[in-house]
Ligand binder design. Structure first.
Ligand code: PLP
Length: 214
């Protein structure tokens, strides 16, 4: 758990999501025992296979592209959907959340300029539109945004994108308030230190936490 201790030290009081995709329950439990409760999965099937194997107070985070036909199956178990990427998805989430009488936290997944084309997420304009629509959906609580850094080793480029994300975050906070819009989920194994220096409030780390045991 050396990397874990290092990450905890580097992020201070910021939130950590332990990205547990492709890891076993056995690999995940030491992080639970160390006090972590946020575990993040990117595939519905894998999440569903794990929820009953982990303690019930885990706050599952969904971070992958969520297909509309999977919303019903994952919704009862997740605390936050970090990958809200369309108005259509928001409407399906609202319908299913209303059905089980649950209010679900979501983050707007925002894709920034010059990033890989195949990445999911919305432009900041689309995100503004979805935010407006969600205001009328009582079972969805949009409490921030999620971004991915660019696929590059160029630290200046990563920093540029993360600063841009932080500007967008501040603009949303200006409009909706810091109480409502409190989470900027930004930073993974290779770029979380830069993300933290650019104002991230939550990092999502998988590889770096788990690799030392493999
Ligand atoms: C896999 C994944 C992560 C974690 O990436 P690592 O490089 O393993 O730390 C974070 N966010 C999302 C959306 C992911 O899919």
């Amino acid at each position: 758990m050396k990397h874990y201790e290092e990450v905890k030290k580097n992020i201070g009081s910021l939130d950590l999501c332990v990205v547990s995709k492709r890891r076993t329950i056995e690999q995940m439990m030491p992080f639970y025992e160390a006090g972590e409760r946020r575990f993040a999965e990117s595939r519905a099937q894998e999440l569903l296979a794990k929820v009953h194997e982990m303690p019930s107070d885990v706050q599952w985070q969904f971070i992958g592209h969520l297909q509309r036909n999977k919303v019903r199956s994952v919704l009862p178990y997740v605390s936050c959907i970090q990958s809200l990427d369309s108005a259509e998805l928001a409407r399906v989430i609202e319908k299913e959340a209303a059905r089980i009488d649950k209010t679900i936290d979501c983050l707007l997944e925002i894709r920034l300029a010059l990033q890989d084309e195949n990445k999911t997420g919305m432009s900041s304009e689309e995100a503004q539109q979805v935010m407006k629509e969600c205001a009328a959906l009582p079972h969805i609580n949009v409490c921030g945004m999620m971004v991915m850094g660019p696929h590059t080793d160029d630290e200046d480029e990563i920093r540029r994108i993360f600063m841009q994300a932080h500007d967008i975050f501040l603009a949303f906070q200006n409009q909706y308030g810091t109480e409502q819009f409190h989470t900027l989920s930004m930073g993974m194994s290779d770029d979380y230190r830069i993300a933290v220096s650019c104002g991230s409030t939550m990092v999502r780390i998988g590889t770096y936490l788990f690799e030392e045991d493999e």
